[in-house]
Design a protein around this ligand. Structure first.
Ligand code: FE2
Length: 363
């Protein structure tokens, strides 16, 4: 299987991995031959990459990050919680989390278990999902990334569960904001932008009244858009005043925001998302956390076409759990761009060779 930008697909391309909606239902079957209409629909739905079948790479395994049942249960828990909060009158809201907290904690424990015991680097690109409500998918992805960072830092289970719950609820304040503004694809006015920023304070005000949740969960909602140099919001506090969990969620949040499928812009690839984090790793984000994240995420996911520093072209076939930017590459073209009988090189042992670029189109 190979990863292909949807804009580069041609009719007749065979789908390598099913495209699902957030409930796990299959929208496009594996093995299906794509028509022009289907390709247009994928692009319109904001899906930037899918896996396609390809003779040279038919044996490449695409690892999934978390099991399908856990993903569905986690998404449903997030959706149920957010929907209950939205539907209840304000007076009843303080009771909602009493019912939902146990459910949320157990789903975080399951996610944690799968994140900790995974065999491979984290690669969310493996799961191609179409979602009409971005906030549920985003809350789940941020939770997975934040748990991966926390695991890398060897935090206690108690702390990891708190980080997980804080991540799931970090954007809960968006419930109190007009969906028309939230879903506006671009061109937000200054007033609208200021309105969206309020989700941090709204989330904090709601969560701090939930007596069965630790107060730190409310601080995750309040501080996840703060930045080390004080340029964040809502208060513009600096790194030393930010809670450690909020710093972790800030890294996870930005990475997911730029690498997710959205209808109004292309999703970045993981190495591009990491570049954004590294660019901010002195002023905006805690460098140690960015590095911990880089150690856990598949920088070059399986199926990605890459050009190496010696101009050879290949496809990523296998990850190393602890050397996430040095995968195994199957070479398909030599340095003069001539086809070769495919063979593999392991970048974790061939240290003089680096990935020079990644192909957005199938080469
Ligand atoms: Fe947010």
């Amino acid at each position: 299987m190979r990863l292909a930008n949807t804009k580069s697909l041609i009719p007749g391309t065979i789908v390598g991995q099913a495209v699902r909606n957030e409930n796990g239902s299959v929208l496009i079957q594996r093995g299906l031959s794509l028509t022009g209409k289907m390709i247009n629909r994928l692009v319109q739905q904001g899906i930037t990459y899918i896996y396609i079948e390809d003779d040279l790479t038919s044996d490449i395994h695409i690892p999934t990050v978390i099991s399908e049942t856990t993903r569905i249960d986690a998404t449903n828990t997030i959706r149920d919680t957010f929907t209950s909060i939205r539907q209840q009158g304000f007076a009843n809201r303080s009771f909602i989390m009493e019912k939902k907290n146990g459910q949320m904690t157990s789903v975080v424990e399951r996610l944690l278990d799968e994140v900790m015991n995974r065999d491979d680097a984290l690669s969310l690109l493996a799961d191609v999902f179409v979602t009409d409500d971005y906030i549920f998918q985003h809350s789940l992805n941020v939770t997975i990334y934040a748990l991966a960072i926390g695991t890398e830092l060897k935090l206690s289970k108690e702390k990891l569960v708190q980080i997980g719950v804080g991540s799931m609820l970090h954007d809960v304040g968006k419930i109190f904001i007009d969906p028309k503004i939230l879903k506006k694809p671009s061109g937000l006015s200054d007033v609208e932008y200021e309105t969206i920023k309020n989700h941090t304070q709204y989330g904090y005000d709601f969560l701090r009244k939930q007596h069965n949740l630790p107060l730190v969960v409310a601080h995750c909602a309040l501080q996840h858009h703060e930045r080390l140099d004080g340029t964040g919001y809502p208060r513009g506090i600096k790194g030393e005043d930010m809670h450690a969990y909020a710093k972790i969620i800030a890294v996870a949040d930005v990475f997911d925001a730029v690498t997710s499928n959205r209808s109004y812009r292309e999703a970045m690839l993981p190495h591009e998302g990491l570049e954004i984090l590294y660019a901010g790793a002195v002023n905006l984000f805690d460098k140690e956390l960015v590095e911990a994240f880089k150690r856990s995420v598949a920088v070059y996911p399986n199926g990605l076409t890459v050009e190496l520093s010696d101009n050879r072209l290949g496809v990523v076939v296998k990850q190393h759990k602890h050397l996430c930017d040095r995968p195994v590459i199957r070479i398909i073209k030599d340095s003069t761009q001539q086809d070769v009988i495919p063979y593999e090189i392991d970048l974790s042992t061939s240290l003089s060779i680096t990935v020079k670029s990644c192909f957005h189109q199938i080469a």
